[in-house]
Design a protein around this ligand. Structure first.
Ligand SMILES: *[C@@H]1O[C@H](CO)[C@@H](O)[C@H](O)[C@H]1NC(C)=O
Ligand SMILES: *[C@@H]1O[C@H](CO)[C@@H](O)[C@H](O)[C@H]1NC(C)=O
Ligand SMILES: *[C@@H]1O[C@H](CO)[C@@H](O)[C@H](O)[C@H]1NC(C)=O
Ligand SMILES: *[C@@H]1O[C@H](CO)[C@@H](O)[C@H](O)[C@H]1NC(C)=O
Length: 324
């Protein structure tokens, strides 16, 4: 597991190398600066929670996918396990967003994960003073309720917080789905005691092998997701936006050697930064960097020692890392 290693990669993204993404090109090799303690079986997807006023007390939340045995792991920035939450029936992906308003004066941060075999979402939050992760009840947690089999088995998740009103939506992908409307979008609504999930719409085309990885750019209002074996698709994610067609595509066909499993945003301002996409390779996943802004122009790639990287996360917050 190498989920924290991204942080140091950004030193290497300044120059443009051109457009040849061939896997055997001699990309710069970037060493990890640390790793978490191992988990028991099959780590899949991490998310970074940035502490509101003590960045060194930030946490890394990661899923370990094996049903009931795995679960959700909480690590500190030294990669040491702080908490393990078991009894989750194949936790697949996890995402975090901040400031879910529960009344006029209080908000909580949300950690949302897909529980694939139970075909539902599980939602957690963090007590900032103790850094304890606790579960938040969800009234109607099931997703894709009008489908069955793989079409109702959630995998990927990205949270979207709408800028103008702070509403938070879960964008969920599934093991298999239709060629139109693969992702489900659900609004999360606090009812005073628990969270109600309100189905909003199905969105997004599909023609590759499956869709797992999702990342949402809250500030610019886009969702990116990996249609594996086809490309990274981009859509407007505010459901009130009138343009529901695809607005961008990064073509990974014949360029990526493995699956494009990880997607993350690294922001450098409200509008600029990088979109990072992994090519999942044994003992050497490649991380490709694209511009966040505009038409997502290619920037460059790096090689790592990461073994078949699955999900990734990135933050540009200064965390005062203390990996040894
Ligand atoms: C891309 O790079 C690879 C490896 O360096 C090289 O073999 C190939 O010819 C290059 N392709 C193009 C189109 O430049
Ligand atoms: C808002 O919620 C918090 C946390 O549950 C509670 O302590 C506070 O009293 C609530 N405030 C109001 C105005 O209901
Ligand atoms: C993606 O690239 C492949 C290989 O170069 C090409 O055959 C395909 O038409 C491209 N797809 C799109 C949608 O442009
Ligand atoms: C993994 O990659 C590293 C660095 O490229 C190399 O030294 C090592 O031998 C490789 N290990 C395996 C098992 O292929």
């Amino acid at each position: 597991m190498m989920i924290c290693t991204l942080i140091s990669f950004f030193l290497y993204t300044q120059s443009t190398f051109g457009q040849n993404l061939s896997w055997n090109r001699p990309w710069p090799f970037v060493h990890e600066t640390g790793a978490t303690q191992p988990v028991s079986t099959d780590p899949d997807d991490p998310a970074i929670w940035v502490h509101p006023y003590r960045p060194d007390l930030s946490l890394i939340i990661g899923t370990d996918k094996t049903a009931m045995i795995g679960g959700l792991y909480v690590f500190d920035l030294n990669g040491v396990v702080q908490q393990h939450i078991g009894n989750i029936d194949r936790p697949n992906n996890v995402d975090i967003d901040y400031g879910f308003q529960i009344n006029a004066t209080h908000s909580i941060d949300l950690i949302v994960l897909t529980e694939r075999i139970q075909k539902r979402l599980r939602i957690f939050s963090i007590d900032v003073s103790t850094r304890h992760v606790y579960e938040v009840p969800v009234t109607n947690p099931n997703v894709f309720v009008d489908s069955s089999g793989d079409h109702s088995a959630p995998m990927g998740i990205g949270l979207y917080k709408r800028r103008h009103d702070g509403k938070i939506y879960a964008i969920v992908s599934r093991k298999s789905g239709p060629s139109r409307g693969y992702l489900g979008q659900y609004e999360l609504i606090w009812n005073g005691r628990s969270i109600d999930m309100k189905f909003i719409r199905y969105v997004g085309d599909f023609q590759g092998s499956e869709i797992e990885s999702i990342v949402v750019d809250d500030q610019l209002g886009f969702v990116y997701y990996s249609d594996e074996g086809y490309g990274i698709r981009k859509y407007n994610i505010d459901p009130s936006h009138t343009d529901i067609a695809q607005v961008g595509l990064i073509n990974t066909t014949n360029v990526w050697q493995g699956d494009s499993e990880g997607l993350a945003l690294y922001t450098t301002s409200a509008t600029d930064g990088y979109l990072i996409i992994t090519d999942q390779l044994p003992n050497g996943s490649i991380f490709h960097f694209y511009e966040r802004q505009g038409d997502n122009a290619y920037v460059q790639s790096i090689r790592t020692r990461a073994d078949k990287t699955d999900g990734i996360d990135a933050t540009s917050s200064y965390l005062e890392f203390s990996f040894i």
